[in-house]
Write a protein that binds this ligand. Sequence first.
Ligand code: HEM
Ligand code: HEM
Length: 186
Amino acid sequence: MWRNTDESYGWVTILFHWAIAILFLCQIPLGYLTQATENRPALQFELYQWHKSIGFLVLALAVPRLIWVLLTVKPRPLPKTTRLEAIAARTAHLVLLLLTVLVPLAGWAVASASPLRIPSYVFNLVVIPPLPFTPSERQEIFWSNVHAVLAYGGGMIALVHILAALRHHILLRDATLIRMLRPHRD
Ligand code: HEM
Ligand code: HEM
């Protein structure tokens, strides 16, 4: 039930998947809004704090998830999956897994390189210290571009991934989506 088997995803994989997927997808419009509210500084500050808090939560979930994925078995592709489809799915999953770690790390780098040195309060509970960077505008712009490219790139890969899952469910009518929603009962 909790662990994956050759046939089925277990609850640990399923809960990690949906928690991180939902938070990651919310972070993209939220990150965009932090940029679109420059003329409303109080609102922009609030949005930044939420964006940073949720981003650190993604990082805190994505690191143990990555370790979990490395330690656990992956269910076999369903029958009728072509070799090319299996390779494409595996590659997309690997890239998405890495981006759920790298995007928040790049965001942390933006906040750490910023000469404004605004502290990162996570849900008003803890302060996360900056990474050991010398703050400068050049560094901030560099990391801001890395963060934006990785985040929007990840969003686009996630969109293809979601469309592929829906294609399996609606057109091919197989168990791809269902087995990411609940473990198979033996
Ligand atoms: C799942 C994690 C995250 C996602 C998907 C994400 C996504 C985004 C996106 C789409 C933008 C707008 C970029 C633009 O239009 O220029 C943005 C901006 C920003 N994010 Fe994140 N972010 C994440 C985590 C974080 C974290 C953990 C931090 C900081 C601790 C952070 C700090 C920032 C900052 C400072 C900006 C505005 C600066 C800029 O990029 O120009 N982000 N984020
Ligand atoms: C509504 C949104 C989503 C749906 C319907 C969905 C659906 C699925 C399904 C059905 C699988 C199993 C595929 C298989 O067995 O071959 C899967 C796996 C996976 N998905 Fe998603 N997904 C969504 C969003 C996301 C997002 C936003 C991310 C990452 C940012 C993501 C990352 C992954 C990863 C890494 C796997 C591999 C399984 C694992 O190791 O956890 N998914 N997804």
